[in-house]
Each structure stands twice: as C-alpha cells, then as structure tokens.
Design a protein around this ligand. Structure first.
Ligand code: SF4
Length: 352
C-alpha cells in the first residue's frame, strides 16, 4: 500500500536534489526529476545513465548498491553527497527509492592513480555511512569481488565466522566462487582493474573514422564497453551472435575484450592486426549496431571493428575469401563457433 507521506517526502528529496535521479521503470530508466525544469547549465546535460559521457572518467561500481530503510533515504542521499563533494566527484544517482535502495556511482577515471585512490576513499566512507543507518552495503547486486573486503566490517567477525563454517560444510573444496564473500585475500576493490593507473592503448595504426559520438577517439569508443555483460542478456536483439551461439567471445563484451587484448599484445603473433584473436572479434560481428541502441553504455562496436578492418586491409590487403574485398560480412576460414579455444580463454578472464 502506498504511503502518501513517504511519497511526498521522496518527491521533495528528488526535486531538491542537484543531480539527476533515475529510477528503473518497466520501459527502462526514467528520470524522476523530469517533472522539474531542466537546469540551463550543469554537469549532467543528459538524463541517462552517463556511462557514455565524454572523457575517460565514467560512473564506476564498488559502493553502488547500498540500501537503508526508506525513511532514511533523504539522509542517505545527503550523506553520499557529503562524501562526493569534498573529493570534487560527480555521481550518477539512480535506484529503487521506495525500498531505500540507491545505486550511486561516482564518476571516476580508472586510468588515474589519484582517481583510484578516490574510489577507495569513497567506498570506505560509504561503507561507514551504511553502517550508520544499519543498512546493507550489497542490497541487490551481490557482494562479488569489489565488496568482499568490506564483509568483516559490514556483518561482523562473529557472523562472518558462521558464514565461513557454512561455506566449509557445503563446499569443502572451496570450488564455488573462491575468495568472494568469504575472503582469502586475493580480491581487493582497487586491484586487477580493467584499466589501472597509467593504462593506455597504443594504436598500431591511424584511424580514419571520426568517432564523433565518443571523444573523436577509437580508444574512447572501445572503452565505452564497461564489461557489465548486458550483451549476454536475452534482449530483443543485442548481441545476435551471442544469442545464436552462447559464446562469450561472440558477445559485444567478448569482442571488446578481444580487441583490447590484441592491441595490448596479449595475443598470438607479433602483429596485433593479424592476430587470431582479433580475427575472431572482427569476422563474426554483424555490424548491426544493436549494441549502440540496446547496450547500457551505448557502445558502438561496429565502429572500431570497421576501423580495424580498414587498417588491416590497408596494411596487409583484404582477407583472401572476402567477396567484398575488405568488408566484415564474410568470415575468413577458421572463424565461427567452436573453433577458437584460445580466444575463449582470453575473454573469459574476469575483469571489471
Ligand atoms: S554490432 Fe556486433 S557487437 Fe554490436 S550487437 Fe551487432 S553483432 Fe553484436
């Protein structure tokens, strides 16, 4: 049953709040602040989850799954703001406010050591804030890798000891999610990042496409894939090759990982443009652009694919069996489901 007083309070919180607040609805994320006039200037010109925002910084997870009792939402939001503001951080606020659950992601550049330190600080402080409200630090998305190290302070050593014992009884060989929830020290919030301090992709070619939608940059477009795995869902279209095969390397994320691996020289051969892994990524993409419209970060993987095919064709000539002399529509020999064990291993390495 709806509580009119609570809804009034919630509406006031949203209306007063300086940043966009988004709530999931049946047709996707909807701006709860749409009823108020749009600010003439501001740091959030688009009322979408700003994963595709310009620049290398983007909303990151870690402390983005907190919940408190609904009557504490206003104070919870104020507390989160007071954590972000001194660090000069913008944040993407959205959530299920009626249940007190907030998915607040600070906008952080994970290529920068200073920003990675901010991620650590924000997560530590949000963990303390949640305890203050006797809330949950992992209310919907699970503990996973990022929040495992916070389990002792969130649930206490005594309860964690009971959980450890239950895990030992039902999984004596520690086969299921080793190191997650019950920590063995291997996972840390700021370790094994997809990018990390100083990470930079050096392109072995000069892109000819404009990449106007994302920083005019090949790398910016490629890194727009945030690895959340939305392409593996049973969406109407995205990603059709994954839907048909169920293979990770046939998904949008798998392709982005394979392209990055090739450009990082983590592949076969000494020429990334001719690597087997890159061939897998390029030859099976349909260039349908469903990832652009249906993907949560709107990555357009057809663009880097086209740029790489152009660069490879320019340097080495078109693939021998491509009837269109250089396009992506004809897989070259050896590509396709069931053929690339190395690529499957490469893109299955967890990263976030
Ligand atoms: S353009 Fe390629 S990666 Fe994107 S949805 Fe289509 S097949 Fe998948």
């Amino acid at each position: 049953m709806r509580n009119p007083r609570f809804l009034d309070e919630l509406r006031r919180t949203i209306t007063d709040f300086p940043a966009p607040v988004l709530f999931p609805c049946r047709r996707g994320l909807r701006s709860a602040s749409a009823a108020r006039p749009a600010p003439s200037t501001g740091s959030h010109p688009r009322l979408t989850v700003p994963a595709g925002r310009p620049g290398p910084a983007r909303p990151v997870t870690g402390s983005e799954d907190v919940a408190a009792l609904p009557e504490h939402v206003r104070a919870d939001v104020a507390g989160l703001e007071s954590i972000m503001r001194p660090l000069g951080l913008e944040a993407c606020y959205y959530g299920h406010a009626a249940t007190g659950l907030l998915h607040v992601r600070p906008v952080i550049d994970l290529h920068s050591a200073a920003d990675i330190a901010k991620l650590r600080q924000v997560t530590n402080e949000v963990s303390a804030l949640v305890r203050q409200f006797k809330g949950s630090f992992a209310a919907e998305h699970g503990v996973g890798i990022a929040r495992t190290e916070y389990m002792p302070e969130q649930v206490g050593e005594e309860l964690l000891g009971v959980m450890r014992e239950i895990k030992r009884v039902f999984d004596p060989k520690n086969l299921f999610n080793p190191g997650k929830i019950i920590s063995d020290g291997r996972f840390r919030l700021d370790r094994d990042l997809r990018w990390g301090a100083g990470y930079k992709i050096e392109l072995p070619f000069e892109p000819v496409l404009a990449f106007a939608a994302k920083d005019h940059s090949f790398v910016g477009n490629l890194e727009q894939c945030n690895g959340c795995g939305g392409c593996r869902k049973d969406a109407p279209t995205m990603c059709p090759t994954f839907l048909a095969t169920g293979e990770e390397y046939m998904s949008t994320r798998g392709r982005a990982n394979a392209i990055r691996a090739a450009l990082d020289l983590r592949m076969t051969g000494d020429d990334p443009l001719r690597s087997e892994e890159l061939e897998d990524a390029l030859s099976t993409c349909l260039s349908c652009k469903a990832c652009t419209t249906e993907g949560p970060s709107n990555v357009n993987l057809a663009l880097p694919n086209a740029a790489l095919i152009q660069a490879r064709s320019k340097r080495h000539g078109p693939p021998p069996r491509c009837p269109c002399r250089g396009c992506a529509c004809s897989p070259s020999p050896g590509s396709g489901p069931g053929r690339r064990p190395r690529t499957r291993w490469l893109v299955s390495v967890p990263s976030w």
